[in-house]
Design a protein around this ligand. Structure first.
Ligand code: SF4
Ligand code: MG
Length: 322
């Protein structure tokens, strides 16, 4: 397996400002020192409740927001210090699919323009070749060439996400960051879009970072899954061992909420106490400790580090460190 993207010590702290002088009174640690790799051709799922830092992670990789610290390598090249204005060539290789395709598609532009523009900006193809490419892209995502003349509002939610996917594919990227691409869609449409993404991955050799807020959506599409809690990755593993033997108490709770087809696989539902604490004022030690039924003294003071407990199954929890 070849590493396509390598992330080390990634941090994104947003200042919290107050008063008329807008003095910085603290920081929201949206992403707080995370490490992970994405291998070529795989799908890494990134899961966690809203506000846990998963979108911030995706956007930091694409430099749509500027990371506070950390190293990001793409195909072995350190891209963390590339000036954001110089990121354009990298956008050919890395693309984003948004949660809400409607918000990301300019309503005043036809599909022809929406799909053709990224190619034009990057000087790819002649105008007539681009037109042909647009038609091909539409077919690839299960739409038709005649849709090119239409506007975003003329499509259903599922079709709009297909346009969003076609737009992301226009530049022939290697890595596609899918930020909750089906969360805004009807349940009946979700699996169609997931199947399309899976099929495109196989046909085009794409690599995905797939962000979702629960473990049921990422189950079928992911090869490996990372679980985030309050800006940190608390568990990262191959899908199979994550679902069969989740190690982190937070993962166990998330998993207990996933519906299963086979009643013998049914787990007792673990109800987490309390809410996710504010990332502006996270608890010390293990940030999960106020909600953890296995909490020990050490958990209140020492941050558990992500460690490999065999076969690439990594967990950050003091339960496994003794
Ligand atoms: Fe619970 Fe402690 Fe593990 Fe955190 S480190 S999840 S508090 S047992
Ligand atoms: Mg988000």
């Amino acid at each position: 397996t070849e590493t396509l993207l390598k992330v080390r010590h990634l941090k994104k702290y947003f200042p919290v400002r107050q008063g008329i002088l807008q003095r910085t009174i603290g920081y929201v640690k949206a992403v707080d020192d995370i490490d992970f790799d994405i291998f070529r051709g795989e799908t890494l799922g990134l899961v966690g409740e809203s506000g846990c830092g998963k979108s911030t992670t995706g956007r930091s990789i694409l430099r749509l927001i500027e990371p506070t610290d950390g190293v990001i390598e793409f195909e072995g090249r350190d891209i963390s210090n590339v000036k954001s204005g110089k990121m354009r060539t990298l956008y050919r290789d890395m693309q984003l699919i948004f949660q809400d395709p409607y918000a990301s598609l300019n309503p005043r532009k036809t599909v022809e323009k929406l799909l053709g523009e990224p190619m034009a900006v990057h000087g790819m193809y002649t105008p007539s070749e681009r037109k042909k490419r647009v038609h091909e892209l539409l077919e690839v995502v299960g739409l038709h060439a005649y849709h090119a003349a239409r506007y975003p509002h003329e499509f259903s939610g599922g079709q709009r996400q297909r346009i969003g996917i076609a737009r992301a594919l226009a530049l022939q990227p290697k890595l596609v960051i899918c930020d909750e691409p089906v969360s805004a869609l009807d349940v009946s449409i979700q699996s169609q879009v997931l199947n399309l993404l899976k099929q495109l991955q196989q046909e085009l050799g794409l690599t995905y970072l797939f962000i979702a807020h629960d473990l049921s959506v990422v189950k079928h599409i992911s090869d490996r899954i990372g679980v985030m809690y309050l800006g940190r990755i608390v568990e990262l593993s191959h899908k199979k061992s994550l679902y069969s033997k989740p190690l982190h108490p937070y993962t166990q709770a998330l998993l207990s909420a996933v519906p299963v087809a086979n009643p013998r696989e049914k787990r007792d539902r673990i109800i987490l106490e309390g809410d996710v604490p504010s990332p502006a004022n996270p608890p010390g030690g293990c940030t999960f400790h106020p909600r953890c039924s296995a909490c020990m003294d050490i958990c209140r003071t020492e941050r558990p580090l992500l460690r490999d407990f065999g076969d690439g199954h990594m967990v950050a929890c003091h339960l496994y460190n003794q």
